[in-house]
Unconditional design. Structure first.
Length: 301
C-alpha cells in the first residue's frame, strides 16, 4: 500500500486531505505529535484551527492528550484502532503508550520526517522488505535481524526514504547521546545489508546542541573502518580490479608480498567483491526544537 493510498483511506474516515495526510504520517512514523508540528505541516499560524482539529481527535477517541509540564503544551498520542486499521497497521507499536524518553525520540523523528515531504518514505517493515528485497534484489539473509525476523520487526522503527527516481537508499539514524553511539550501532547492525547496496547514505538526526558534526563524522568513520567498509580511492579500485584478474587465474608471479597484503586489505574493505558500491559522507541534521518538557532524560536535555 502506498502512502497516497493510506492517506486516501484516512480521508475516508471524514478528514480533509491535509489532515488525513498529517494523521497518516504521524501513525506511520511516531504515534505522537505536537500542535506546533501540525501547524508547521499545514502552514498555519498559531490559532484555533489546529486546536479544534486536535481536540476533535481526543473527543472522537482517536487520540489522548498528555501533559508533562503545564507551561509546555500538550502531547497528543494518536492511537485509534480504526485509524491504524485504515492504513493496514492494526497492531502497530505506535498505538502503545510508551515512556517519556521514547515519546521524545518519536517526536524528534517526526520533526525530521516532516521536513522532507518531497521524498518517498518507507516506514513499515513490509514497506522496507518490499523496497530492499523485491525492488533492489537484496538477499533476505543480509537484512537486519529485526527485518528478517517478523517477530522482531516491531523494534525496527527508523524509516528509509528515496528521492525521486534516484536509487540511493537513504537511511535515518536518531542520535540521542553525546558519544554518537547510535551511528556505530547502526553500521554494525546494517553492515551486511549496506554491502549489497550500490548506493546509500545515512542521515544522523540530532537534538539541538547535543553532538557536533565532527563527533558524528569521527564515529561514522570508525564504524565504517571496524566493519571493513571504508571507501576506496579510484587508484585503489583500478589496482584491485587488475590484481583480482591475476589472483583469480592463479597468476601470482607478478605480485609481491606487499601486493598480496594490499589485495587482502582491499578485498576485505570492498566487501564480497562489490567494489562499485558508493559510500557517501554522513549527513548531519540538527533539530531546531527543544524537548525540555520531558525533563532530564537521556537525549532530551
Amino acid at each position: 500500500m502506498t502512502f497516497a493510498e493510506r492517506a486516501a483511506l484516512v480521508r475516508a474516515l471524514g478528514f480533509s486531505p491535509r489532515r488525513a495526510t498529517f494523521l497518516a504520517t504521524v501513525a506511520l512514523h511516531s504515534g505522537y505529535c505536537l500542535r506546533r508540528q501540525y501547524e508547521a505541516f499545514a502552514g498555519i499560524k498559531r490559532g484555533q484551527s489546529a486546536q479544534v482539529f486536535l481536540d476533535g481527535l481526543v473527543e472522537s477517541r482517536l487520540a489522548n492528550r498528555i501533559t508533562f509540564r503545564a507551561n509546555r503544551g500538550s502531547i497528543y498520542h494518536v492511537f485509534g484502532r480504526r485509524l491504524y486499521a485504515a492504513i493496514g497497521q492494526d497492531d502497530d507499536t505506535n498505538r502503545r503508550h510508551v515512556s517519556p524518553p521514547i515519546i521524545a525520540r518519536k517526536l524528534m523523528l517526526l520533526d525530521f520526517v516532516l521536513t522532507r515531504p518531497d521524498v518517498d518514505w518507507y516506514a513499515t517493515e513490509a514497506d522496507k522488505i518490499d523496497l530492499l528485497v523485491t525492488r533492489l534484489g537484496v538477499p533476505t539473509s543480509v537484512l537486519p535481524r529485526q527485518l528478517s525476523d517478523r517477530r522482531k520487526a516491531r523494534t525496527q522503527k527508523l524509516p528509509i526514504f528515496l528521492c525521486g527516481t534516484s536509487s540511493c537508499v537513504n537511511f535515518v539514524c536518531l542520535v540521542t547521546d553525546p558519544h554518537v553511539s547510535a551511528v556505530q550501532t547502526f553500521i554494525q547492525q546494517h553492515a551486511a545489508l549496506l554491502r549489497h547496496l550500490s548506493d546509500w547514505t545515512l542521515t544522523a538526526v540530532i537534538p539541538r546542541r547535543y553532538a557536533t558534526d565532527q563527533a558524528c563524522e569521527d564515529c561514522y568513520c570508525r564504524a565504517l573502518s571496524a566493519a571493513s567498509m571504508m571507501p576506496a580511492s579510484r587508484e585503489d579500485l583500478e589496482w584491485f580490479t587488475s590484481a583480482r584478474v591475476l589472483v583469480s587465474s592463479g597468476n601470482l608471479r607478478t605480485l609481491g608480498v606487499d601486493d598480496l597484503r594490499r589485495y587482502r586489505t582491499l578485498s576485505a574493505t570492498l566487501g564480497q567483491g562489490l567494489e562499485t558500491h558508493v559510500i557517501k559522507p554522513l549527513i548531519v541534521y540538527h533539530l531546531p526544537h527543544s524537548y525540555t518538557q520531558f525533563g532530564s532524560f537521556p537525549g532530551v536535555t
